[in-house]
Design a protein around this ligand. Structure first.
Ligand code: SF4
Length: 365
C-alpha cells in the first residue's frame, strides 16, 4: 500500500479553519456569515457564475456504494452519440447556458478517453466554457483534453479518510485512493487551467474531511500557483441503491463550512449545486457561494427531452427553471453570469462558440 503524502498530515496553517469548524467554536454562525459576505462582495462583486451538467453516459466499471450508476445497479446503460450531444447542447443554449460540465462514470470500453475527447471537441464548438467530471487520466491525456477545449476538471476525493474510502469503493479503478488524490495535480500538469475539488458530505466525518480538503487545496496552490481552483459542497441525496449516509450534515454545519472556506480561501470559487433546496440556495446567495448549477439533469442527456423519466445518478432538489432561478438572484441584487472570460484570455474566438449575452438570454427576462 502506497503511503499517504506528507501534505495530508501538514498542520501548518489549518488552525484557523479548524477553530471555525469546531463543534464548540467561539465564532457564531452569524459572525462567520457577515465576514464571509464581506469577503465575497469584495472579491467577486454581486455576481453568480452559472453552469449546467450534461451526463454523456452512465456506463461505469466501479462499485461506489453510494452511487446510482455503480456497476451492480440495475440501471439501463447508454451514452450520447455525437448527434445526441449536439441536440442536447442546442437545448441547453436555448436556456442561456454556455458553461457546461460534461460527466461520465469510470473508464469503460463504451465511454473511454477517445469518446470523451470527441465529446469535448463537440461541446467546445458550442459553449463558452467546457469542464469535465470523469475518470482520472494521465498527464498526456489531460494535455490532449486541454487541446480540445477543456479548461477545467472536477474530481472529488469523496472522502479523505482512507479506511472509509476503501470500504465505500468496493471494486473498480476508483478503489485506488492515492491515484485519485494525485489526479488534480496531473490535470494541472497536463495544462488544464482549473480544478474543482470536494468531498461527498455524508460519507465520513465532515470536519476531518473539510480540513483534509483544505490541505489538498493549499498543497496544489503552492505548486500550481496560477491554477484556478474551486470547492464544491455536495451533500448526499437519495439515489438508486438507497445508500443512507452515516454522517449526515445539517444545514447549519454546511453553512459553517461554506463561510469558513470563504474566509480561509478568499479567492477560491465556492460551488453549490441543485442538490440543495431552492430555499437553501437562495439563503446562501451573496454570503460565500460564487458558482451554482441550474436546470440540472442527472440522467444521460435530458435537456432535449424534458419528459425523460429514467432515473438519474441522484435526485436533484432545486428544480427551478433557469428563468425562475435568475429572477431569484436578481431579487437579491445578484447578477447571473452565463459568459466566461476564458475565450478572451485564450485569444480571438474562431467564431464557432455562440455567446448568449446574459441580458439577452431568454430565461432571465
Ligand atoms: S461515483 Fe462515479 S465512479 Fe463511482 S459508481 Fe458512480 S459513476 Fe461510477
Amino acid at each position: 500500500m502506497r503511503p499517504l503524502p506528507d501534505w495530508l498530515t501538514d498542520n501548518r496553517d489549518t488552525a484557523s479553519l479548524a477553530a471555525m469548524l469546531a463543534p464548540d467554536s467561539s465564532s457564531s454562525l452569524e459572525a462567520l456569515a457577515a465576514e464571509s459576505k464581506a469577503i465575497t462582495l469584495r472579491r467577486f462583486g454581486r455576481t453568480m457564475t452559472l453552469y449546467a451538467p450534461l451526463y454523456l453516459s452512465n456506463y461505469c466499471s466501479s462499485g461506489c456504494a453510494y452511487c446510482g450508476f455503480a456497476s451492480d445497479r440495475k440501471t439501463p446503460r447508454h451514452r450520447l452519440e455525437p448527434d445526441d450531444i449536439r441536440r442536447e447542447l442546442a437545448a441547453m443554449k436555448k436556456l442561456g447556458i454556455s458553461d457546461i460540465l460534461l460527466l461520465t462514470g469510470e473508464r469503460t470500453a463504451a465511454a473511454d478517453f477517445n469518446y470523451l475527447q470527441r465529446s469535448v471537441e463537440i461541446a467546445a464548438q458550442e459553449m463558452q466554457r467546457v469542464s469535465v467530471e470523469a475518470f482520472p487520466m494521465s498527464v498526456n491525456e489531460y494535455h490532449e483534453l486541454a487541446g480540445c477545449g477543456c479548461t477545467g476538471i472536477t474530481i472529488y476525493q469523496e472522502t479523505y479518510n482512507r479506511e472509509r474510502y476503501e470500504a465505500l469503493h468496493r471494486w473498480g479503478p476508483k478503489k485506488d485512493f492515492i491515484d485519485r488524490l494525485e489526479t488534480p495535480a496531473r490535470a494541472l500538469e497536463g495544462g488544464i487551467k482549473s480544478v474543482g475539488l470536494g468531498v461527498l458530505l455524508g460519507l465520513s466525518d465532515p470536519v476531518e474531511d473539510a480540513l483534509n480538503l483544505y490541505r489538498h487545496l493549499r498543497h496544489l496552490g503552492r505548486t500550481y500557483w496560477r491554477a484556478g481552483m474551486s470547492v464544491s459542497f455536495p451533500r448526499m441525496r437519495p439515489q438508486t441503491g438507497g445508500y443512507e449516509p452515516p454522517f449526515p450534515v445539517d444545514d447549519r454545519l454546511l453553512a459553517r463550512m461554506i463561510f469558513a472556506f470563504r474566509i480561509a480561501l478568499p479567492d477560491t470559487e465556492l460551488v453549490l449545486s441543485t442538490r440543495e433546496s431552492a430555499a437553501y440556495r437562495d439563503g446562501m446567495t451573496g454570503l460565500g457561494i460564487t458558482r451554482m448549477s441550474i436546470e440540472s439533469r442527472t440522467t444521460v442527456g435530458g435537456y432535449d427531452d424534458p419528459e425523460n423519466k429514467e432515473k438519474g445518478q441522484f435526485e436533484i432538489f432545486d428544480d427551478r427553471t433557469a428563468k425562475e432561478f435568475c429572477l431569484a438572484l436578481r431579487k437579491k441584487n445578484i447578477e447571473p453570469v452565463f459568459k466566461n472570460w476564458e475565450p478572451a484570455y485564450n485569444g480571438p474566438s474562431d467564431g464557432n462558440a455562440s455567446t448568449v449575452h446574459p441580458e439577452k438570454a431568454e430565461p432571465c427576462h
